[in-house]
Write a protein that binds this ligand. Structure first.
Ligand code: ADP
Length: 415
């Protein structure tokens, strides 16, 4: 049976105009059918109730079912999705269920599909597009999906190449940097002033190159899933304070002031006495160190005079870390771009300041890998504040998870 068949019965004799219109319509329908039959992308059309109304041959092949078998079935019994850890996804994480609820477009490359009677996971790229909503405001959806096994293998190969190359290049660069350091040290070498100024520039560039290779290595590893966060329950005020306090020498060297603050939104004014709040979150402390250091290093770099302020606070559900500076600021039209790979704002104020353009990309990747969100608010000439939000965990949850972790550790040590 065709997947786009639609027969109309009409007993009265059609006029020549109607016949011509019908012929055009029929040729359009058969053209649509031809396009759908031929594309190498699975296409499934589901109604607002979530049942399959149409599927093309690539879709039935990827799903491992015949067209007649899936017609009118609910999407949930047709699409068998697994996440990258090999677990079947729950309804609450199913993007089709979400689209049916929200009527919104979505796309993902994070899911695997298992065809019926197959044991093999196929990584897919999936898009879910609502058609215009009907009278009750609910949309039908066109779901398109394709096998990205080959793409992922190629991406993996590419990132292997970049990480091996960056790794290999770091060693000679470190050696160049070391020898330039020796040449610039009056205790190990004697050079004239002009040579010194050249070597200083070469030293700076070799440091920049070393940083670039390190950032490239981290970027490819994060993109490729070779580095993943090890989430653990942590008291976050103490951790962030420890990391940012360690930056005080660098902040002072630039002649800037530093302030650290904490406390819950409501407790800070409670009874006139500030209570230092204990806030817990499930995060990876090493990831957190990279994130906070990177944002503070930027705050120092892009602030000619004034302050760097770090604040950790929480409401019932979220922990909010704010790192603010009184620096050059970021123009409104640049705000959305600063977290992109290799993006650097190019203007009179930034041109002389070195950087790789990868720092904030890495920060965002790390924040999101720990289920957090990050954004920046800024005003040119006044300063910027980077705000990070993580889900908060309760003290009870913190203690329970710590207890469980300790038991696992004991079991692993055979105690
Ligand atoms: P870079 O290595 O160039 O600093 P990042 O990815 O860390 O790269 O930042 C991207 C760009 O965002 C920077 O080039 C800079 O223009 C802008 N930027 C980042 N942090 C700040 C800040 N605190 N104040 C002003 N501009 C900033």
């Amino acid at each position: 049976m065709g997947f786009w068949s639609k027969k109309e019965k009409n007993n009265s004799e059609p006029t020549p105009e109607a016949q011509a219109a019908a012929a055009i319509q029929a040729s359009r329908v058969s053209m649509n059918e031809l396009v759908l039959q031929s594309i190498h992308e699975g296409v499934v059309f589901i109604g607002p109730e979530g049942n399959v109304h149409l599927a093309n041959p690539t879709a039935t092949q990827l799903l491992g079912r015949s067209y007649d078998e899936i017609l009118n079935l609910n999407y949930d019994s047709v699409f068998d999705f697994f996440d990258k850890t090999g677990n079947r996804i729950s309804l609450s994480r199913n993007p089709i269920a979400t689209a049916l609820k929200t009527n919104e477009y979505s796309e993902t490359r994070d899911l695997d599909l298992i065809a019926k009677d197959s044991k093999k996971n196929t990584p897919v790229s999936l898009t879910i597009s609502p058609t215009s909503p009907g009278q009750n405001g609910r949309s039908s959806f066109v779901i398109t999906f394709r096998d990205i096994t080959k793409e992922i293998a190629e991406e993996h190969e590419r990132s292997e190449f970049i990480s091996t190359a960056s790794h290999e290049m770091r060693t000679p660069v470190a050696s160049i940097e070391g020898y330039l350091g020796l040449a610039l040290n009056p205790q190990t070498a004697t050079i004239d002033d002009r040579a010194k100024s050249y070597l200083e520039k070469a030293h700076e560039s070799s440091q920049h190159l070393g940083r670039l290779f390190q950032d490239l290595l981290d970027t490819t590893k994060l993109d490729d899933g070779q580095i993943t966060p090890k989430l653990e329950p942590v008291e976050i005020v103490g951790l962030v304070k420890q990391i940012s306090d360690a930056q005080i020498p660098n902040i002072s060297k630039k002649g800037l002031g530093y302030q650290f603050g904490s406390g819950s939104v409501d407790q800070q004014v409670g009874g006139g006495k500030r209570i230092d709040q204990v806030i817990y979150a499930s995060i990876d402390p090493d990831f957190m160190r990279e994130i906070v250091n990177n944002i503070i290093e930027n705050a120092i770099k892009y602030t000619p005079a004034g302050w760097v302020t770090v604040n950790v606070r929480a409401d019932e559900y979220n922990v909010q870390i704010t790192i603010a500076d009184t620096g050059i600021g970021i123009a409104r039209e640049e705000l959305n771009h600063v977290f992109q790979k290799f993006y650097r704002v190019d203007n009179r104020d930034t041109r002389e300041i070195g950087g790789t353009g990868l720092g904030l990309y890495l920060v965002k990747q790390r924040v999101e890998a720990m289920n957090g969100r990050i954004w920046v608010e800024s005003e040119v000439g006044k300063g910027s504040q980077f705000i990070i939000l993580f889900p908060r965990i309760s003290q009870n949850e913190y203690e329970q998870r710590n207890f469980m972790n300790q038991n696992v550790e004991k079991q692993e040590k055979g105690l």
